[in-house]
Design a protein around this ligand. Structure first.
Ligand SMILES: NC(=O)c1ccc[n+]([C@@H]2O[C@H](COP(=O)([O-])OP(=O)(O)OC[C@H]3O[C@@H](n4cnc5c(N)ncnc54)[C@H](O)[C@@H]3O)[C@@H](O)[C@H]2O)c1
Length: 329
């Protein structure tokens, strides 16, 4: 059985769905601080806090769990700079509580949601896994710290894990059942589509003077269902004896902010109000993954790689769920 921590959130809920489709037994643990009960489409659900050892002991002694997929974290870069304590408490101290509980209950495998933010300002693109990890924000630092913790937990205790460094998660369940609903929303594609729906007045383009063809920042958008598939492949690799390691997950294709807005306008069939604004501190010009190792070693093959498809799936969700899961006031 697989335990998905943070399985009521955006990426975790897509992963739960994919695991169930593949016939795995799943138990989701989520405190619903940011997640949505309606996003948990099946399996067992426990509402609880993963930083609470007592909750974890109860869960781990009630179910025959072989692998934990760990999605629960605070992920706003800007907030991590004003309140790093909160990020260390959840992302690092919480991670320690989780690993100790896994050790006590002899759970052998963990898949961890890491991030491109662990690399910091890229020295070259595309970014491969051996690029130096020099985060430029506290969020990325907490992800790097937990990755390092995982390395030593394998060396000393034999707990094997795979860290998956996502670039920009995007898109929605191709069936239209699940989607992205963060409060506040900080990701470009949902913000653009919420603007198209009239839920927001304008989409701001932060920085138009980058050294890129159209002057706006370039990012690697990776479909959430492709991320979910990579988790399953990583778990299967661990079961076959794969060592503790980390993989990038991205398409290796970069799209600029203007390209995203233009493609979204084609998908929704109308123009979207936009406004140019100064660069935000700490936003690199270009973040693009090399995910060759995940393709080669895990056999990962993204199915929804092109930007238009990613935006179409997101639009299917937003246009039919203009208030998201409608469970937040
Ligand atoms: N979205 C991206 O583009 C992106 C990119 C790189 C890495 N990541 C990482 O992927 C993971 C998932 O991201 P997401 O966008 O799905 O986030 P999300 O906020 O939608 O999901 C996180 C889930 O964890 C739950 N949670 C938070 N604290 C908890 C606690 N103490 N106990 C139990 N559950 C708790 C929340 O309720 C939520 O359901 C995060 O670790 C994030 O750092 C995301």
């Amino acid at each position: 059985m697989i335990c998905v921590i943070g399985g009521a959130g955006y990426i975790g809920s897509h992963c739960v769905k994919r695991l169930l489709e593949r016939g795995y037994n799943v138990v989701t643990l989520d405190n619903l601080e940011a997640g949505h009960l309606a996003a948990v489409v099946g399996g067992e659900f426990i509402q609880g806090d993963y930083t609470d050892r007592w909750s974890l002991d109860g869960l781990f002694s009630s179910y025959p769990i072989e692998c934990v997929m760990h999605f629960a974290a605070y992920a706003s870069v800007a907030e991590s700079m004003t309140d790093p304590a909160r990020f260390y408490r959840l992302n690092v101290v919480g991670g320690y509580v989780l690993l100790e509980a896994m050790r006590a209950h002899r759970i052998p495998y963990l898949i961890f949601s890491s991030s491109a933010a662990t690399y910091g300002e890229p020295r070259q693109v595309p970014i491969a896994e051996d690029h130096p990890q020099e985060p430029t924000n506290a969020y990325g630092e907490t992800k790097r710290a937990f990755e390092q913790m995982l390395r030593w937990y394998d060396v000393a205790f034999g707990l094997r894990s795979i860290s998956l460094r996502y670039f920009n998660a995007a898109g929605a369940d191709p069936d239209g059942q699940l989607g992205e609903d963060h409060h506040p929303e900080t990701h470009l594609i949902p913000l653009v589509l919420l603007t198209a729906l009239g839920k927001r007045a304008v989409i701001k383009i932060f920085g138009t003077d980058y050294d890129t063809p159209d002057g706006t920042a370039i990012r690697d958008y990776i479909h959430v269902t492709d991320l979910a598939d990579a988790h399953i492949l990583a778990y299967e690799a661990l079961k076959r004896g794969a060592p503790t390691t980390a993989y990038n997950l991205g398409n290796g294709l970069g799209y600029s902010v203007r390209e995203v807005i233009r493609t979204a306008e084609q998908v929704v069939g109308r123009s979207i109000p936009q406004e140019e604004a100064p660069r935000r501190a700490g936003d690199p010009a270009r973040l693009v993954a090399s995910a060759e190792r995940a393709r080669r070693e895990l056999g990962w093959q993204p199915q929804y790689a092109d930007l238009r498809t990613i935006i179409e799936t997101a639009w299917r969700w937003h246009s039919t769920h203009p208030d998201g899961y409608a469970d937040r006031v």
